[in-house]
Ligand binder design. Structure first.
Ligand code: ATP
Length: 593
């Protein structure tokens, strides 16, 4: 999978097609009735609004020459009622459409979020997280205008246009036809700018995404930035990224606003033409009142056209966001349940890797022909140089990634034929980078087993020696921590994460550098309890500190994606090979220290 970074525009995998607009309509379906009522209300409003010029023409041609004050008052009264009706209807429309628009946005965002929860690690590995965020937040927001107003406006504007045309034809056919000569010019303008506008908005969405990615990355890395006083350089990069966003914005808006003045100019041109031709026709079948009404309708006639033009603009702009939103909704998890997948029965704990090969990228081989058989309840330690493939091996067991070839079996069942949920529910994974969520410490430990009682949470914390430090906090288990656990030390985060893995009472436990940042005293206490914790569970422990794994049933030494040595601590020391060297060097450094 292609990898992306903050200063690289994302390639569009599935360009926009009208099918995607249809998909957007699916979101509006539940509100069909409300939309219909709003359309009806809007039709009443535009009808009431359109009556104005007709009333004025009546007043000029009949009531004023006839000095009919009563009739004039009646017309004024009707006009006033029409204005009030229009106002009430408009208010209703704004409320309804904002409601519908926001409900649709909430639904799209929910769908995106739900889908994001299912996507595999590969998806998150391949792009900056800020670019994911921008789709869920900003791009979805950009649809708001289209959804709240666009559709209803389109229907009511089309209706207004028809009614206005009706009035105009009724007043004078020749003048009406003359008023319509602006149409072909408008169509030509739309055709000319269409593609440029679409490309400009696609570029804009990319630049917006890049800027977001950089901001997100900068916030995440702020401590390193400040430690290395990189602020000035980051400011320069940010200026570049945001300048690029600004210029793409200017370009997009420049193209978009070509349409509005075109409509205005065509409207002025045709109105002037009508005045010139109309005045010459007065007395020749055209009355002053009729001409005034006609010009009034011409003014109104271009307003819905301008609105339809704006709707068209909104669609073109929204599509640049819509195609990205649907692209993400359509993204398939690389790790998923096969159609034949079945629930993994209660795990006993036999784990087998059969000729497993794996690479993160196509054609790459990070793990090569891994063969391994682990008995239920065995504790397996993985050691080896940085980047040798230890984490990768255990990631495959949880199906964070699927093997490229070979198979992994648990109790004789290929894990690819089991449902992911039934597999992961029975595994306790403590990742190398323990993540702490915002909430209390209690919530964090309970994260993987929501039904655990407070007592069970405390029990798990005690088992991993986390209890003493938690009790020492101002509010104990109820202490609030923020996202990533910045209030806690790395060792404390590890202990919480360890307790979280244990609380789920897993049949297979994976501890990736679980105790690397924990002080020796706590670790010693933890080691003592570890035997009880691991009893009856198959466990995989990754550790650089060899003192933590000496009691493992078997130690696997990994080098460049292969198992190069295997045995107990004693066997490997006796062999005096790689593990022995590793052990010697750690001892020497401790002695020197
Ligand atoms: N998400 C990823 N995408 C691409 N390559 C990866 C990814 N994660 C790890 N790698 C690569 O796979 C190789 C093995 O990484 P792995 O994390 O399994 O090593 P490790 O033995 O656990 O290292 P460490 O002791 O530093 O944790 C490394 O070369 C690394 O660059």
């Amino acid at each position: 999978m292609a990898r992306n970074k903050f200063d690289v525009d994302e390639e569009l995998e599935s360009p926009f097609s009208f099918i995607q607009l249809k998909r957007l309509m699916v979101y509006l379906k539940p509100y069909k009735k409300k939309i219909l009522i709003t359309v009806l209300i809007m039709l009443i409003a535009s009808g009431a609004n359109l009556i104005g010029p007709y009333l004025i023409s009546r007043a000029i041609d009949e009531e004023i020459p006839g000095k009919d004050v009563g009739g004039l008052m009646l017309l004024a009264g009707v006009y006033l009622i029409a204005i009030i009706i229009t106002g009430i209807c408009m208010k209703y429309r704004i409320r309804m459409m904002s409601q519908i628009g926001q409900s649709v946005i909430v639904q799209i965002r929910k769908d995106l979020f739900t889908h994001l929860q299912k996507l595999s690690f590969t998806f998150y590995d391949s792009r900056p997280h800020g670019k994911i965020l921008v789709r869920v937040v900003n791009y979805v927001n950009s649809l708001s205008d289209l959804l709240s107003n666009g559709l209803i406006n389109l229907i009511t504007d089309l209706f207004s246009l028809l009614v206005i045309l009706g009035f105009m034809f009724a007043i004078d056919v020749k003048l009406t036809l003359m008023a319509m000569i602006g149409f072909p010019i408008l169509a030509a303008v739309i055709l000319l700018i269409k593609n440029a506008q679409r490309k400009a908005w696609q570029l804009l969405s990319n630049k917006q995404s890049n800027m977001n990615a950089y901001i997100h990355e900068s916030i995440n890395g702020i401590k390193v930035t400040q430690a290395f006083t990189r602020e000035e350089e980051n400011k320069r990069i940010f200026s570049e990224v945001s300048d690029s966003y600004r210029s793409s914005w200017m370009r997009a808006v420049k193209i978009q606003f070509l349409l509005w003045p075109s409509i205005e100019n065509i409207s002025i041109l045709t109105t002037s033409l009508i005045y010139v031709v109309g005045i010459s026709l007065i007395g020749d079948g055209v009355t002053v009142g009729a001409l005034v009404a006609f010009v009034g309708y011409i003014g109104m006639f271009w307003a819905p056209i301008a609105n339809i033009g704006n709707f068209y603009n909104a669609i073109i702009n929204a599509t640049a966001y819509l195609e990205r939103i649907f692209e993400m909704i359509d993204e398939k998890p690389t790790v998923k349940d096969l159609p034949i997948a079945s629930e993994l029965p209660l795990i006993k704990g036999k784990v087998e890797f059969k000729d497993v090969t794996f690479g993160y990228e196509e054609g790459e081989k990070i793990l090569k022909n891994i063969n391994l058989s682990v008995n239920p309840g065995e504790t397996i330690a993985l050691v080896g140089a940085t980047g040798s493939g230890k984490t990768t091996i255990v990631s495959l067991l949880s199906r964070f990634y699927d093997v490229s070839s070979g198979r992994i079996e648990i109790d004789g069942v290929d894990i690819q034929s089991a449902t992911i949920a039934s597999l992961r529910k029975q595994m306790g994974v403590m990742l190398q980078d323990p993540f702490i969520f915002s909430g209390t410490i209690m919530d964090n430990i309970r994260y993987g087993r929501l039904d655990a009682t407070d007592e069970e949470v405390i029990e798990a914390a005690k088992a991993v020696q986390a209890h003493p430090f938690i009790s020492g906090l101002s509010e104990g288990y109820k202490t609030e921590v923020n996202e990533r656990g910045t209030r806690l030390s790395t060792g404390q985060r590890q202990l919480i994460s360890f307790a979280r893995a244990l609380l789920a009472d897993p049949k297979i436990l994976i501890l990736d550098e679980a105790t690397s940042s924990i002080d020796t005293e706590t670790e010693l206490a933890l080691q003592k309890g570890l035997e009880t914790l691991l009893a009856g569970r198959t466990s995989f422990i990754i550790a650089h500190r060899l003192s933590t794994i000496q009691n493992a049933n078997r130690i696997l030494v990994i080098d460049k994606g292969r198992i190069i040595e295997e045995g107990t601590h004693k066997e490997l020391i006796d062999k005096k090979s790689y593990y022995w060297k590793l052990h010697q060097s750690q001892h020497q450094s401790l002695d020197v220290g």
